[in-house]
Design a protein around this ligand. Structure first.
Ligand SMILES: Nc1nc2c(ncn2[C@@H]2O[C@H](COP(=O)(O)OP(=O)(O)OP(=O)(O)O)[C@@H](O)[C@H]2O)c(=O)[nH]1
Ligand SMILES: [Zn+2]
Length: 363
């Protein structure tokens, strides 16, 4: 990993082979990450991807390296989550730097108004699973869609249990109508041909996540996509005391060369800082709102309200407007709490600076 090389013309260190190996690309490495490295990092550091996180540490994997890194990465750039890329010391696997992500899924930490919990990083596609027979719920889907768009991840709606409902196909246009350009696939999650339908998002170096309510068929779909039996999805690992414990695998290898992420945190997601995602999912309402007479129109009883006009002439479903209001309110509540905390942290930082002012080793 630590080979050297210089460009004959410039004398500059050149990209070490390790950064261009098919192995690294297969793990999801791409130019976005190469562009972040400086010359020293090219030669003295190794990139690894975080596969699992638990109390005993991180499981990481690079082109020629894999193993356990310390539990709390003191890497520059902040704490890591599953799917992250870290630069490590190749000898010790100690994380040195967390690379900037191209996507990040986070949620409001359970039981807290203020904490943000990182769920997954560097995901390309989010499979939003919902079943055709009972679970189909536009409000829930919009919530997931806003989350995906806000995180920078491409959403794909996967309607499962197509075999259990006679008019399953009718749900496809209904789902497609939820957001402009939305991709919807309908399938029987137990059927191997399902894996082929989803292959475009499961190719080499691609990472997909999967969300959806309990019982919609996530585990079934994972088994079908990975080709593994359901029972083997847990893996036996040595814990800190050397005992075997069964933990759920978090990043699954897909036969097409992709990675499928399944963490417990992904199973119950809330909106945090998803304002951008909301605007994209509800682009139709945003567009209407732009035509309202008043810029701060609340779309209730104001004169010249284009949103109410669209409801009046039947082009906008009032239920969709109601769902948008609810999500927007939830999001602004969560974002406000976070902003409050950040402001407080900033105050604290200033105080620390004041206290340490004049001390010799202050940066
Ligand atoms: N007929 C039919 N059954 C399905 C399909 N997908 C899942 N099932 C069944 O539905 C049940 C629940 O599926 P799971 O895969 O465990 O659902 P899950 O989303 O992982 O549920 P949690 O683990 O609770 O989050 C199982 O009995 C599956 O066999 C499908 O497409 N068609
Ligand atoms: Zn209005």
């Amino acid at each position: 990993m630590t080979g050297e090389g210089t460009d004959a013309a410039t004398g500059e260190p050149v990209l070490h082979l390790a950064y261009a190996t098919p192995d690294l690309a297969a793990l999801g490495w791409r130019p976005h990450f190469t562009a972040q490295l400086d010359a020293e990092e090219y030669t003295a550091r190794a990139p690894v991807r975080v596969l699992t996180i638990n109390r005993s540490g991180l499981t990481v994997r690079g082109a020629e390296l894999h193993g356990h890194a310390p539990p709390v990465p003191d890497a520059r750039g902040g704490p890591a989550t599953v799917g992250d890329w870290l630069l490590v010391d190749p000898e010790t696997l100690r994380p040195v730097r967390l690379l900037e992500r191209f996507s990040l899924i986070a949620r409001r930490a359970p039981g807290s108004d203020r904490e943000r919990q990182l769920i997954a990083a560097n995901i390309d596609t989010l499979f939003i699973a919902t079943s055709c027979n009972q679970d189909f719920n536009p409000a829930r889907l919009e919530r997931y869609l806003a989350l995906a768009r806000g995180a920078g991840v491409t959403p794909v709606i996967v309607l499962t249990k197509a075999d259990l409902s006679d008019d399953a196909q009718a749900l496809v246009p209904e789902a497609e109508a939820l957001s402009p350009g939305l991709i919807v696939e309908i399938l029987d999650a137990r059927d191997r041909t399902a894996a082929q339908r989803l292959a475009p998002w499961c190719g080499k170096g691609q990472t997909v996540g999967i969300v959806g309510s309990s019982g919609v068929g996530k585990s079934t779909l994972i088994a079908t996509l990975t080709g593994e039996a359901l029972a083997t999805q847990g893996i036996r690992e040595d814990d800190a005391r050397g005992r075997h414990t069964t933990t759920r695998r978090q990043l699954h290898r897909l036969p097409g060369g992709g990675w499928l992420l399944d963490t417990p945190g992904m199973r119950e997601l809330q909106l945090t800082d998803a304002a951008e995602g909301l605007a994209e999912v509800f682009a139709d309402i945003a567009e209407l709102a732009a035509a309202c007479r008043f810029r701060d129109c609340r779309h209730r009883t104001e004169p010249g309200c284009a949103v109410q006009a669209a409801i009046g002439d039947g082009t906008l479903d009032p239920a969709r407007l109601a769902r948008w209001r609810k999500l927007a309110a939830e999001d602004s509540h969560n974002s406000a709490s976070l902003a409050e905390r950040r402001a407080r942290d900033k105050q604290f930082g200033k105080m620390v600076k004041r206290v340490t002012k004049g001390k010799p080793n202050r940066r």
